[in-house]
Design a protein around this ligand. Structure first.
Ligand code: AQP
Length: 330
């Protein structure tokens, strides 16, 4: 079985974008691949966080991933900071990457723009991400378009390390799901839907109540004209809403256009809100059951154990190649 690695940051409640763009796809992959899915809490430290809130978000992110269909019997689901090899290989990757390479990362440019103070971690974040991926001899990394540049850097670092020190790391491939890859903010379709969006009407969260969903969909921006048609260039807001509807209800966009021909935005938004509510209902129910049972923490302990089993020999191999002693690694 080929191996998959992907991570989700516990930087806020998971959004419909995280679900439709990534987690739904992760669930499909668990049937065909040996999957390692990680709650990347060290990545969340690049911007200061309230420790109490972070602690809750880490477990809650894992709980939603499981509630959305990831089965810990089939996948290795774990928390990054439970496996110290990530931090250790990250330093090695920082020493393999160049300052120029890290400076070219568009996400760093976007996330640091306008901030008074930027942590060193925000700059070296892609080196940690490379370590995450390379530690598991990963074949495939399913990510959104925005993360492709980071996976390409991980490939370059693996190739560079292998050519300097001998064959050590498997060179991974990024895979971007063809559909549903990018869900936009309901308040501004030029931005992606994000956990940390400060606009209270920009994102639908997996934990939103029915009332909140109805309210957010009702307030979602639309384009001029009354027709319900998919035209991302001229009607980007509506195209985003159609994409969400289509993915939540599993109805092709052309069929939705037919269903709403001659009807206005009010009817369309009513249908859309209902589709989102029905899509999230079973996830919310499983999330409640799981959170009450204590099963999530048990699964994370077992996940970390399996992750360590696979990552320790890879880290050991890298340290040996570098001439580091490995005295404590057996
Ligand atoms: N709007 C989106 N549409 C489709 N996919 C998305 N992803 C994120 N937002 C969308 C994908 O979800 C996975 C997990 O994301 P992440 O937590 O690692 O980081 P992110 O991409 O930075 O997600 P957010 O929600 O935008 O978080 P913040 O606000 O903290 O930056 C990834 O595979 C991502 O592509």
């Amino acid at each position: 079985m080929k191996r998959v690695f992907s991570g989700v940051q516990p930087t806020g409640g998971l959004t419909l974008g995280n679900y439709l763009g990534a987690i739904k796809h992760f669930v499909r992959l668990q049937e065909e691949y040996d999957c390692f899915y990680c709650v990347v809490d060290l990545h969340a430290l690049t911007v200061p966080k309230d420790p109490k809130e972070l602690r809750t978000l880490i477990v809650d992110t894992a709980a939603y991933m499981m509630a959305a269909g990831l089965d810990p019997e089939k996948v290795t689901l774990f928390v990054q900071s439970d496996v110290p090899a990530h931090s250790e290989l990250s330093w090695i990757m920082e020493c393999t990457a160049t300052f120029g390479e890290l400076s070219r990362m568009t996400q760093f440019k976007e996330k640091s723009e306008g901030r008074e103070s930027v942590s060193g971690g925000l700059f070296t974040y892609p080196a940690l991400m490379a370590a995450d991926i390379l530690l598991y001899d990963t074949d495939v990394v399913p990510v959104g378009e925005d993360q492709k540049q980071h996976v390409e850097l991980a490939r370059d670092l693996a190739i560079r390390f292998n050519s300097r020190y001998g064959d050590t790391f498997k060179v991974p491939e990024p895979v971007i799901p063809k559909t549903g890859a990018r869900i936009k903010s309901l308040a501004d379709p030029s931005r992606k839907m994000s956990k940390s969006d400060t606009d209270p009407y920009g994102a639908i969260f997996l934990g939103d109540s029915e009332d909140e969903i109805v309210k957010k969909v009702r307030r979602a921006v639309t384009d001029s004209g009354r027709e319900i048609i998919y035209d991302p260039d001229n009607k980007p807001a509506l195209a985003n809403l159609l994409t969400i509807y289509s993915h939540c209800a599993d109805i092709p966009i052309e069929k939705l256009e037919e269903m709403y021909a001659g009807k206005g935005y009010a009817d369309f938004k009513k249908g859309l809100a209902e589709a989102v509510i029905q899509c999230l209902k079973p996830i919310q129910k499983r999330h409640r059951e799981m959170s009450e049972s204590g099963y999530v923490k048990e699964a994370l302990v077992e996940g970390a154990r399996k992750a360590m089993e696979v990552s320790t020999p890879v880290l050991k191999r890298a340290k040996e190649r570098l001439g580091l002693p490995n005295h404590m690694m057996g």
